[in-house]
Design a binder for this molecule. Structure first.
Ligand code: AMP
Length: 401
């Protein structure tokens, strides 16, 4: 991150898109706490800090008369908590790049913090509008992007704004630096053996990821709903399990490609099946390719877990994206929780492990083992795209091509 910022006005894009309850109270402040190291480092340097973030989707959830629902989406809801987290009386501008922002940033002193109103109140934000970005840029001498979670979006405050700053006056914040450095530990010559664990609902969401990892992982474990497309592609009977028939050929291609590249592709041998998609469904454990009609696979079974175990415990680097079953229901959470334990155990033995993607992060948090893995990414979709090999707009805007 940039240094020597005493008395400089520093515009920082953070990700304060925190969940709020009906009384506008913050129910999970993780994203705010993740931004604290950058804010603290800037305060220590004596910089005047101008923070901006989006909160929710105010353009999509307009009021009946077409206006923005300010009372719901205002960042003012965050001021008190941010003040207590930073031990600083945070100032608030009720616009984002408007007159009040200009006046308040002008008067902002080193060490002080100004929070701007929701970036998405301006319809130009999600279009990457240059005028809006220019107004934001005019508030500061320096731009710092610490919002990894939105780095895959070419929005004004994450991407276009950076065009207004010379290379020496823009940088990543500490959180974003950390996210990129950890993802690169997996992507650039990972320690071997390298095991990738992919779960979640749909193959279509993860194809690019699987294709990419076939190029360099030693083992790929497939779990979750998407496993059944692979099982059907190998002529298995999958009953009423989730399947994407339009992706059967692709699943076959991936299986062949894994053979060609000598990648150990592990598809769950057995499954916990249910007679309905419900927490109180009847369940049984069967081989994954003999699931009767009227039943659906909702978790991986014990044989599958046994087969996965050595590939995880002996790995030196591990990437995990997506739950192995419908972990939100206790009856189908065992596979995911067992994987969490294996990843934690491998990490404790010295493997590097990265857990990324929204649901696997919730799963590792629910397992109580979050502090035993090497790195948990804050950037669901952004991390997915980064791992797929895309150059994210928010990163390109700082680093160049
Ligand atoms: P994703 O966002 O693609 O990572 O998918 C996460 C969702 O996949 C979670 O809500 C899980 O409940 C769901 N899921 C995992 N395994 C299965 C399965 N076997 N059948 C249906 N849904 C599943």
């Amino acid at each position: 991150m940039l240094t020597n910022l005493k008395d400089k006005k520093v515009l920082v894009r953070v990700d304060f898109n925190v969940p709020l309850n009906a009384d506008h109270q913050i129910t999970d402040d993780t994203r705010m706490r993740k931004a604290l190291p950058t804010i603290k480092a800037l305060q220590d340097q004596g910089a005047a800090i101008i923070l901006m973030s989006h909160l929710g989707r105010p353009q999509k959830k307009r009021l009946e008369d077409g206006s923005i629902d300010v009372s719901k989406f205002t960042l003012r809801h965050l001021v008190e908590h941010l003040s207590s987290l930073t031990d600083t009386a945070v100032q608030f501008a009720k616009d984002c790049g408007g007159e009040e922002s200009i006046l308040m940033s002008r008067d902002l002193k080193g060490g002080q913090i100004l929070l701007l109103e929701n970036t998405r109140f301006d319809a130009g934000e999600s279009k990457g509008d240059t005028d809006f970005a220019g107004r934001l840029a005019s508030l500061a001498d320096v731009y710092i992007n610490d919002a990894f979670g939105t780095a895959h979006r070419a929005h004004s405050s994450t991407t276009t704004v950076a065009e207004f700053f010379e290379p020496q006056n823009k940088s990543f914040g500490l959180l974003m630096q950390d996210e990129i450095a950890n993802a690169k530990k997996i992507l650039n010559s990972p320690k071997r053996p390298c095991t990738a664990i992919f779960g979640g609902a749909k193959v279509s969401d993860k194809i690019k990821l699987i294709e990419r990892f076939i190029n360099f992982a030693d083992t790929i474990i497939i779990g979750g709903g998407m496993a059944y497309t692979f099982i059907k592609a190998q002529e298995g009977s999958i009953g009423d399990s989730l399947v994407e028939d339009s992706h059967l050929d692709l699943a076959k291609d991936l299986i062949n490609k894994a053979k060609e590249y000598d990648v150990n592709l592990l598809i769950p041998e057995d499954s916990i099946i249910a007679d309905k998609f419900a927490a109180d469904a009847k369940t049984q454990c069967v081989d994954s390719n003999t699931i009767p009609d009227g039943w659906m696979g909702l978790d991986v079974g014990p044989k599958a877990l046994k087969a996965f175990e050595p590939a995880i415990l002996n790995a030196q680097s591990i990437i995990w994206n997506g739950p192995l079953g419908v972990f939100e229901m206790e009856a189908f959470s065992k596979g995911t929780m067992s994987i969490a334990k294996m990843v934690a155990a491998a990490s404790q033995k010295g493997a590097f492990s990265l857990v990324g993607g929204g649901d696997s992060v919730s799963a590792i948090n629910a397992s109580g083992l979050a502090d035993q893995v090497s790195f948990i990414s804050t950037g669901g979709g952004a991390m997915l795209e980064f791992l797929e090999g895309k150059k994210l707009p928010g990163i390109k805007a700082i680093e160049g091509e």
